[in-house]
Design a binder for this molecule. Structure first.
Ligand SMILES: *[C@@H]1O[C@H](CO)[C@@H](O)[C@H](O)[C@H]1NC(C)=O
Ligand SMILES: *[C@@H]1O[C@H](CO)[C@@H](O)[C@H](O)[C@H]1NC(C)=O
Ligand SMILES: *[C@@H]1O[C@H](CO)[C@@H](O)[C@H](O)[C@H]1NC(C)=O
Ligand SMILES: *[C@@H]1O[C@H](CO)[C@@H](O)[C@H](O)[C@H]1NC(C)=O
Length: 699
C-alpha cells in the first residue's frame, strides 16, 4: 500500500491514540463453570466464527472482521499454521499473510475476542495437516503420540506461539483478546489407533499446554476424555443432537466447529447447507444450554499456492456466510445475524434462568428459561417434518417443519430458524467478464522439457515414495527409465499403479496416457497402449495434489508410483532416474525475474501438454473482487505477480459433468494497476485463449 505523507501522519496519530487506549485496558479474567465461559465475572453466550489468516490477505482482514462483527459474532477463531511459520526447521516467518500478531491485533482493534487453535496438528484441509514436512525426516519420529521426538518439537512450537502471543500482550489475562486456546485437534478420531500411547500422549499434551500459563482456558475438540482442566468441545453439523456434553459438570458446553458447509474436493460438488438448517441446529444447541458456538467456517477463503491438502480445491468453504472473496453471502449471513440478535436479547435470562423442558406434542417441545416471575425466555422446537401448531402458555404458535421459534419474553416470536425473512434472499452472485485473453499475441509459451533417464541425477533401483523424495517442494516428480532390450514389446499395455495422485505417461516425449485418483480412492491404475523398442525413453510424471492431512500415522503416508509393468514384464525394481519438480519451477519463471531467464515462444494453435503460458494484464477498475475464469483449462498451477493463487483442475468433473471450481481468486492487493504478470503451468491441453478476467458482484 502506498501512503502519502499526510496519511502517514494520520496513521501515526491513530497509532498514538490506540496506544493510549491500550493503557486503560483492563486485564480480563477468563474462567468457566458448567454453564458458560466467564469473562470478568460475567457469564457469556458467545458466537464465534472461523477465519484463517493465511487464507486471505492482510488487506482483506479488517473488512472480514467488520462483517463478522456486524453479523453478530463475538469471537474469531483461527488455527495456527506451523508449516507456514516454520517451513524449514529453525526458520521463522511471521510476515505478510503469516502475520499472526497483526491478525489478532486487528481483531482486538475491532473489539472482538479470539480463540487460538494452536494444534499444532490442525488438519484443516491444509497441506500435511499443518505439520512441517521436515518433521517427517526426524529419525524415530511418530506424530501425535507418546513419542519423544514429536513431543519435543510440538512443545517447542506451542511454546513459541504462546510466547509470541504473550510478548504482544494478546491473552485476555494481559488485556488482549485471546480468551481460549486449543491444543491438538479432533484427536478422538485417531486415539484408538495409538492404543495406550494415545492416552498418555493426550494427558501429556493437556499438561504441557496448561504449563504454558496462558492465563486463559484450553479446549480440546472431539476429545470426550479431555483431561481436566481442558474443556472437551464438539465439532460437527448437529452438536445440538449429537454432543454427549461436557465430561464434567463444571465445564461448559462448547461447539468449536459448527460446520456452515463442508470442504470440497476436486471431482465433488459444493456442499450446500441451508441457512435454515444451520440456524435450527445452533438454536437447539443454545436451547440445550450450549453457550459457545463457532461457525466453521465463517469465511473460508483461498488455499493459495500449494497449501490445500490432498485433492482439496483451491476455494475453501465458499458457501460460508462470507464467501471466498469476503462478500456477504445471503441469505445465510442475514439469517444468522438475526438468530444471534434474538438469542443475545435474552442471554441474561438464558444464562441465569432455570431451564425446564415442556412437551408440546409428539415432536414438539419448549425449552423454557425462567429467572423470576417476570423474566422468561423460550425456544419452541418442532423436530418433525411437517408444520405444526402448538399451544404454549395458552397461546397458539405455528411452527414450520424442523424449526425453532425464539421467544425472548416467552410471548413474542422474534425469530424462527425456518423462516428466512431477509429481503436479500434472492441475491445471487455474478461473475462479470472484464477482460479476455483471446488472441494468440497476448500469450507467450514455454514448453517444459520432458526428462529422459540420461538427464537425471537422482537414481534408485526401485520406485521411490514421492512424499519423502520431494518433501512438498513441488507437486511433481518424474520417474524415468530406458527400455534396454533387443527384443521389442509390441502392441502391449503399459500398466502403472500409482498411490496418488495424478499420472501423465510419456514415451519418447509423446503423451501416451493419463490417470488420477480421487479423495476417497487415491490409488489408481493407468493403462496405455505402447510399443517399446530398444533405447526408448519412458518418462512418467507423477503429481501430488497436496499432501495428505488426515488419519492416524500421517508420517507413513506415501504417494507416487507403486509398480510399472508392460505385459507381464515388471519394471518396478530396475534402474530408475528421477527429477524432482519442473525446470520452470526451479527457475521461478512465474516471477518477473525468473521469467526473463528462459526464452518464451509465440503461441501456437496446437497446444501441447506441460506448457507454461504467460501474459500481462491491467487491474479492472473498482474494488470488486477479481477472479480468473479458467473454465477452458485442464489442470495446473497459476501465479499472479509471482504469487501462487492455487491449483486449478477443470478436467476432473463432478457427477453432473461440471468442474468443481471454475473461478480462481486474485486478491486485489496482489495487483498493480497495470502490467500484472499472469503465468500458468498447464499439464494438459487446455486452451488459454478462452480465459477471462472477471469481477464478482451480488445482484
Ligand atoms: C446473571 O447474569 C449476569 C450476566 O451473565 C451475571 O453477571 C450475574 O452474576 C448473574 N446473576 C445471577 C444471580 O446468577
Ligand atoms: C515469508 O512469507 C512471506 C509471505 O507470507 C513471503 O513473501 C516471504 O518470502 C517469506 N519469507 C521468507 C524468508 O521465506
Ligand atoms: C504399435 O505398433 C503397431 C504396428 O506394429 C501399430 O499398428 C500401432 O499403432 C502401434 N501402437 C502405438 C501405440 O504406437
Ligand atoms: C532416449 O534418450 C536419450 C538421451 O536423451 C537419447 O539419446 C535417445 O535417442 C532417446 N531414445 C529415443 C528412442 O529417442
Amino acid at each position: 500500500m502506498m501512503l502519502n505523507p499526510s496519511s502517514c501522519f494520520f496513521y501515526s496519530s491513530l497509532l498514538l491514540l490506540l496506544t493510549a487506549a491500550a493503557f486503560v485496558t483492563v486485564l480480563a479474567t477468563v474462567t468457566y463453570d458448567g454453564r458458560s465461559l466467564i469473562i470478568d465475572g460475567q457469564h457469556r453466550i458467545l458466537f464465534s466464527g472461523s477465519i484463517h489468516y493465511p487464507r486471505s490477505t492482510p488487506e482483506m482482514w479488517p473488512d472480514l472482521i467488520t462483517k463478522a462483527k456486524e453479523g453478530g459474532l463475538d469471537v474469531i477463531q483461527t488455527y495456527v499454521f506451523w508449516n507456514l511459520h516454520e517451513p524449514q526447521q529453525g526458520q521463522n516467518n511471521f510476515s505478510g499473510r503469516r502475520d499472526l500478531v497483526r491478525f489478532i491485533k486487528e481483531i482486538q482493534a475491532q473489539g472482538l475476542y479470539v480463540t487460538l487453535r494452536i494444534g499444532p496438528y490442525i488438519e484443516s484441509e491444509w497441506t500435511y495437516g499443518g505439520l512441517p514436512l521436515w518433521l517427517h525426516d526426524i529419525p524415530g519420529i511418530t506424530f501425535r503420540t507418546d513419542n519423544n521426538q514429536y513431543k519435543f518439537h510440538m512443545q517447542r512450537f506451542a511454546a513459541k506461539i504462546v510466547n509470541l502471543m504473550k510478548s504482544a500482550n494478546l491473552y485476555a489475562s494481559q488485556g488482549g483478546p485471546i480468551i481460549l486456546s486449543q491444543i491438538e485437534n479432533e484427536y478422538g478420531n485417531v486415539e484408538k489407533a495409538y492404543h495406550e500411547q494415545g492416552t498418555s500422549y493426550i494427558r501429556w499434551a493437556a499438561q504441557m499446554a496448561v504449563g504454558l500459563n496462558t492465563g486463559v482456558p484450553w479446549v480440546m475438540c472431539k476429545q470426550d476424555d479431555a483431561p481436566d482442566p481442558m474443556i472437551n468441545a464438539c465439532n460437527g453439523m448437529k452438536c445440538g443432537t449429537t454432543f454427549k456434553g461436557p465430561n464434567s459438570p463444571n465445564k461448559p458446553s462448547i461447539w468449536t466447529e459448527n460446520w456452515t458447509s463442508f470442504y470440497q474436493a476436486f471431482g465433488e460438488k459444493p456442499y450446500l447447507r441451508s441457512a435454515e438448517d444451520i440456524a435450527y441446529n445452533v438454536a437447539l444447541f443454545i436451547a440445550k444450554k450450549g453457550s459457545y458456538v463457532n461457525y466453521y467456517m465463517y469465511h473460508g477463503g483461498t488455499n493459495f499456492d500449494r497449501t490445500a491438502s490432498a485433492y482439496i480445491i483451491t476455494a475453501y468453504y465458499d458457501e460460508a456466510p462470507l464467501d471466498e472473496y469476503g462478500l456477504v453471502r445471503q441469505p445465510k449471513w442475514d439469517h444468522l445475524k438475526e438468530l444471534h440478535a434474538a438469542i443475545k436479547s435474552c442471554s441474561d435470562t438464558l444464562l441465569n434462568g432455570t431451564q425446564s423442558i415442556i412437551t408440546l406434542g409428539s415432536q414438539q417441545q419448549a425449552y423454557v428459561f425462567r429467572r423470576s416471575s417476570k423474566e422468561c425466555a423460550a425456544f419452541l422446537e418442532n423436530s418433525g417434518g411437517k408444520e405444526s401448531t402448538v399451544k404454549f402458555q395458552n397461546i397458539p404458535y405455528v411452527l414450520p417443519p424442523r424449526s425453532i421459534s425464539i421467544l425472548p419474553d416467552c410471548k413474542k416470536v422474534t425469530f424462527n430458524s425456518g423462516k428466512v425473512s431477509t429481503q436479500n434472499n434472492a441475491r445471487v452472485r455474478a461473475m462479470i467478464p472484464q477482460l479476455k485473453f483471446n488472441t494468440a499475441e497476448r500469450w507467450k509459451v514455454y514448453t517444459e522439457a520432458i526428462p529422459n533417464f540420461d538427464d537425471t541425477k537422482l537414481r534408485a533401483n526401485k520406485l521411490l515414495d514421492q512424499i519423502s523424495t520431494v518433501k512438498d517442494t513441488s507437486d511433481y516428480l518424474w520417474y524415468t527409465f530406458r527400455f534396454n532390450d533387443k527384443a521389442p514389446i509390441v502392441q502391449s499395455l503399459l500398466r502403472v499403479l500409482s498411490q496418488g495422485h495424478v499420472l501423465h505417461a510419456f514415451i519418447n516425449g509423446v503423451l501416451v496416457g493419463s490417470g488420477h485418483g480421487t479423495l476417497d480412492s487415491r490409488s489408481f491404475v493407468t493403462e496405455c497402449k505402447v510399443n517399446l523398442t530398444n533405447g526408448m525413453n519412458v518418462s512418467l510424471l507423477s503429481a501430488t495434489v497436496g499432501m495428505p492431512a488426515s488419519g492416524a500415522y500421517l508420517e507413513s503416508k506415501v504417494a507416487g508410483l507403486r509398480s510399472v509393468k508392460v505385459q507381464g514384464r515388471d519394471f518396478t525394481n530396475q534402474a530408475w532416474g528421477y527429477q524432482v519438480g519442473l525446470q520452470g519451477e526451479k527457475l521461478q519463471i512465474y516471477t518477473d525475474i525468473g521469467s526473463s531467464k528462459v526464452q518464451w515462444g509465440n503461441f501456437q494453435s496446437s497446444v501441447k501438454p506441460l506448457t507454461w503460458y504467460q501474459t500481462t494484464f491491467d487491474a479492472p477498475a473498482g474494488k470488486d473482487p477479481v477472479v480468473l475464469n479458467l473454465g477452458s483449462m485442464g489442470k495446473g498451477l497459476a501465479w499472479v505477480n509471482g504469487q501462487g493463487i492455487g491449483r486449478y483442475w477443470l478436467s476432473f468433473h463432478t457427477e453432473n459433468g461440471d468442474p468443481s471450481q471454475t473461478w480462481y481468486h486474485i486478491p486485489r492487493s496482489l495487483l498493480k494497476s497495470t502490467g500484472n504478470l499472469l503465468v500458468l503451468f498447464e499439464e494438459e491441453t487446455g486452451n488459454p485463449l478462452e480465459i477471462t478476467l472477471d469481477t464478482v458482484i451480488y445482484k
